[in-house]
Ligand binder design. Structure first.
Ligand code: ATP
Ligand code: MG
Length: 580
């Protein structure tokens, strides 16, 4: 039950699948209507042919008696493929139109965020979004939603049609068809959905295990434990195969049940038609054949439903991932705030969805306008997590992070206007130097670019390059060092001119001299801005106004560097950091 529900739950807060259903409503209805008509024609064709064949088997007294069924058979025969073709044309046209909009919306969501997206999303996720998820959503419409709408329309048509002739029998059909349309698919989702999930986990584990162990194969051999590894791998593989076999077995059983329900429908129809139309007249037998034959083409509509419903599990991840993207439609509504800018963190608790503990557990912090704050803490203590929370890239589990009393999550991508980030490894795009800097502000003039380059101490270096600003970053022989990359990233941020800057360990991996020079540059050029500097060592922290030390999800030490100078614990940290 859970999986089925989670699909609907995911759809409830969805801003990617549902809006598109509404968007081209007319075409959508036309496609569904054509789909229903196709099946009606298929049923009608069998109905009239059934009647015609049995009627023709008894010597007709007058050829005119079979004239009407002949015409109808021909008409249904022509219209069925024609309508089917039109239905395909309309629904595919709809889906392609829709997915092209869909891609536009997705690029839109990512594009404005391009400089910062490596902070929020991993590259693999983005590639997955671009290729796989669009295909999944396309399939969700074509293979699950369309057929379901069509079948529901057909269901109503059959039940109402039969209800006019015989309400009681219509009720019985309501139950049997209901089993086919709702009960079987639900059963399928509940049972195989869980297995699918398990299968996915096993597969992931196997991939990880395999890559890990192939890379570390020499260790296995040296430690003479190669056989252990092989055994473990084979066990996992066997588990996977067993799960897959179970799923196949279930599918066979489910299809058998489906066939039995269908058989029940056919048998019921025979019994009903013979009691209703049976009698002494020879004509009656024709009606029986007609009614019974007409249900067979409907099997094509009903039988794929359980598989289609089960596939929703596969689409669920795609829907979730898409909805985790910023919604470009909501972007316009982002709030505006004006200087002075004050960040306030209140009783902040954060746990990752897949984590077992609170990474942050009750953090309170006020960052005043223009303040320089250093956030210290061991690796894994939650510093980067706090940075993401400050920028509103993550939503607090409890408590709040506000910028001038507005939750930072509410700004969406507009937060970039207020809070800039420089990461440990800033990303340089494979384009010219000037383009790399201008990402911060598309409208900046060359003078402004030179100005920021000068401020970050790169002007000389860039001037010396043969093509100056137009030099390709990835051109052979031109490599920016770690420190230079940071300076370029800083230039970007300066051009953007956000009032609050977060530096997430901007000096990791640099030698002490470069590090000191870089820290000095940061401090100099970011004068007047609020600075949140995340680091796990103390080099240069004497420049800041306030230091906080995070441990076990909480702020364990807090104060100005001078105040802390007497603190035993701080002294010890400093000693460790300086390598005494
Ligand atoms: P470092 O100094 O090494 O950068 P950090 O203080 O920045 O460390 P975080 O990256 O904030 O630490 O991580 C804090 C904790 O949260 C770690 O235990 C980490 O394993 C966990 N964590 C981080 N990102 C995720 C994630 N996306 N999903 C689940 N857990 C995560
Ligand atoms: Mg970190």
């Amino acid at each position: 039950m859970l999986n089925k529900l989670s699909f609907f739950k995911a759809l409830q807060h969805d801003s990617w699948v549902k809006p598109f259903l509404k968007h081209y409503k007319k075409t959508l209805w036309l496609a569904i209507f054509l789909g229903i008509l196709t099946f009606i024609c298929a049923g009608g064709l069998m109905f009239t042919s059934g009647y015609l064949i049995t009627k023709s088997a008894t010597p007709p007294e007058n050829i005119l008696l079979v004239y009407v069924p002949i015409v109808l058979t021909r008409a249904f025969g022509i219209f069925r493929p024609l309508l089917h073709y039109l239905e395909r044309l309309t629904s595919h046209n709809w889906v392609f139109k829709m997915t092209s909009e869909f891609r536009r919306k997705m690029y839109d969501a990512l594009e404005r965020d391009a400089v910062f997206f490596n902070n929020k999303y991993r590259l693999g996720d983005i590639l997955g979004l671009l290729s796989e998820d669009v295909a999944h959503i396309q399939n969700l419409y074509l293979r699950t939603l369309f057929p379901y709408f069509t079948v529901c329309g057909l269901y109503v048509f059959i039940i109402v049609g039969l209800g006019v002739i015989s309400p009681l029998f219509a009720l019985w059909m309501l139950v049997l068809y209901g089993l086919l349309i709702f009960a079987l698919p639900l059963w399928s989702v509940v049972v195989n959905g869980a297995r699918q999930e398990y299968e996915k986990q096993l597969k992931n584990a196997l991939y990880l295990d395999l890559t890990d162990n192939v890379l570390g194969v020499s260790d296995w051999i040296f430690s003479e434990r190669a056989n252990d590894y092989l055994k473990r791998h084979e066990e996992n593989e066997a588990k996977l195969l067993m799960t897959q076999e179970k799923m196949r077995k279930f599918e066979r059983r489910r299809d058998l049940v489906g066939q039995f329900i269908f058989l029940a429908i056919v048998v019921s129809l025979i019994i009903w038609a013979s009691s209703r139309f049976g009698g002494t007249e020879t004509d009656s037998i024709n009606w029986i054949a007609a009614f019974v034959l007409c249900v067979f083409p409907l099997a094509d509509a009903f039988m794929p439903l359980p598989t289609a419903a089960q596939e929703t599990n596969v689409y669920l991840d795609s829907i979730k991932r898409l909805n985790a993207l910023p919604n470009p439609e909501k972007r316009q509504k982002a709030p505006e705030v004006t200087a002075p800018y004050e960040l306030q963190v209140k009783d902040l608790v954060y746990a990752y969805a897949d984590g077992h503990h609170n990474v942050l557990n009750g953090v309170n912090l006020k960052i005043s306008p223009g303040e320089k704050l250093a956030i210290l803490g061991r690796s894994g203590s939650g510093k980067s997590t706090l940075a993401s929370l400050l920028r509103g890239d993550l939503t607090p589990t409890a408590g709040s992070v506000t910028l001038n009393a507005i939750k930072t999550t509410e700004f969406g991508d507009k937060i970039a206007k207020y809070i800039g980030v420089i990461h440990q490894t800033p990303y340089l795009f494979n384009t010219t130097v000037v383009n790399n800097v201008r990402i911060g502000n598309e409208g900046a003039s060359d003078e402004e670019v030179w100005d920021v380059l000068e401020r970050v101490g790169l002007k000389k270096l860039i001037k010396k390059l043969p093509q100056g600003l137009e030099t390709m970053v990835d051109e052979a022989g031109l490599r920016f060092s770690g420190g230079e990359r940071h300076r370029l990233a800083l230039a970007r941020i300066l051009l953007k001119d956000a009032p609050i800057i977060i530096l997430d360990e901007p000096t990791v991996g640099l030698d002490p001299i470069t590090e000191r020079a870089l820290v000095k540059t940061f401090m100099d050029v970011l004068q007047g801005k609020t600075l949140i500097w995340i680091t796990h060592h103390l080099q240069g922290v004497e420049h800041v106004d306030q230091i906080v030390f995070i441990e076990d999800g909480q702020i364990k030490l807090q104060g100005a560097p001078k105040q802390l100078a007497d603190n035993k614990r701080y002294q010890k940290l400093k000693q460790v950091d300086e390598g005494y």
